[in-house]
Design a binder for this molecule. Structure first.
Ligand code: MG
Length: 378
């Protein structure tokens, strides 16, 4: 069953309530999906993380390498795409295009073999994955920080046991917000903070020191992803575990982060770092350095399903009988693409999400909504 064609879709929806974080404002959600179709009509879905038009152009560049090939040879096809892109993309958005195709190939392979991706990855260690709610962004007319505290309480009411909030507005505002949220949710809910590389070394150290008594599970992207030395210093100066990796690509990128002892938690995005094929290897590499993986995830149900399957298989280091469960990011911000375009609608019950058990990723795209949401269809 050879691959016959590759279709890309740029889907976009305007947001009813634009929100911002330390770097920019979102007023719409846009993503590039890819459908890899084999002769006979069996197909797989994939998704890239990054500017949709550029991801789509990258897929146009790579697609001829997989058309006419056997989709069961997923890793061989990955190598082929990697070799062809290596001179231009040791990192960056062309790898999101490769990742999208790779995820689609895993979905397609699962459907052909009749097994869920988690089984193809080596087998599930758990049938439900613990998730944390990502939200607590900022809006222009918000009542700060009371609205953040109320939103955090809403997630607790929905059964989440862990919540991640945005920081990076400035040290004073950040402390005010984190304190308000911690007081609202009480001491038993895990709380993480993410500055999206907003801070200098001195600022990040000052904030980490100030919020240590508030019980923070991890501090995500405190510094620029280029500042490996700064990460190393902060990690050794702070009691709070340091997390990063959503701007890293491939095992080779994570090797630098890990060798420099930059992080306690590695956060590759499967839709950017090299797909399921490479992220499985990044997990193995991180484990060899004694570092656990918490995938970054920001997309439709396709991205979430891929992350669910991978997280269901993850080992933790050093490991013990009552070991902590790996925890996956579950974006709760407004996103009609995630909530309406793909099925099933993944939902957390008591902070856990079922891993799909049908063949492939176990996620489908609604064809009517695909048409409705498509900015460009090829
Ligand atoms: Mg982040």
């Amino acid at each position: 069953m050879l691959i016959e064609r590759v279709e890309t879709y740029i889907v976009e929806q305007q947001l009813e309530n634009p929100f911002y974080f330390s770097q920019w404002e979102y007023d719409s959600r846009q993503v590039c999906l890819v459908k890899v179709i084999a002769k006979g009509g069996t197909y797989g879905w994939g998704e890239g993380y990054g500017p949709a038009g550029i991801v789509s152009a990258g897929i146009d560049f790579l697609a001829p390498l997989v058309i006419g090939q056997d989709p069961l040879h997923v890793e061989t096809l990955w190598q082929k795409m990697y070799r062809r892109s290596f001179d231009y993309a040791r990192g960056g958005v062309l790898l999101a295009s490769l990742s999208a195709l790779d995820i689609a190939l895993w979905d397609l392979r699962g459907k052909i073999i009749g097994q869920p991706v988690s089984i193809l990855l080596g087998g599930r260690r758990r049938d439900k994955v613990k998730v944390y709610a990502t939200g607590l962004y900022f809006t222009k007319d918000m009542n700060f920080p009371a609205d953040l505290a109320a939103e955090a309480n809403m997630y607790v009411g929905q059964g989440f046991k862990a919540i991640k909030m945005k920081v990076g507005l400035g040290l004073k505002e950040d402390y005010q917000a984190i304190k308000a949220v911690r007081e609202a949710i009480g001491p038993d809910i895990e709380l993480m903070v993410d500055s999206n590389h907003a801070y200098s070394r001195g600022e990040a150290r000052a904030l980490a020191c100030k919020i240590e008594p508030l019980g923070i599970t991890f501090f995500e992207e405190p510094l620029s992803p280029n500042d490996y030395q700064g990460y190393r210093e902060l990690r050794h100066a702070s009691e709070i575990p340091i997390a990063a990796g959503e701007c890293e690509y491939l095992c080779s990128g994570f090797r630098i982060l890990l060798e420099n002892q930059c992080v306690d938690i590695a956060q590759p995005d499967i839709c950017a770092a090299g797909g399921l094929t490479e992220t499985k290897k990044i997990a193995a590499l991180a484990n060899a350095f004694g570092v656990n993986l918490i995938p970054h995830c920001w997309g439709t149900g396709i991205a979430f399903a891929a992350a669910l399957h991978l997280t269901s298989t993850l080992d933790s280091v050093p490991g013990r009988m009552r070991e902590p469960e790996p925890i996956l990011e579950m974006d709760r911000t407004e996103n009609p693409l995630r909530d309406r375009l793909t099925e099933p609608l993944f939902q957390a019950v008591d902070g856990l999400v079922d891993v799909p058990t049908s063949a492939g990723l176990g996620v489908e795209v609604n064809p009517q909504l695909l048409k409705e949401f498509s900015a460009v269809t090829k």
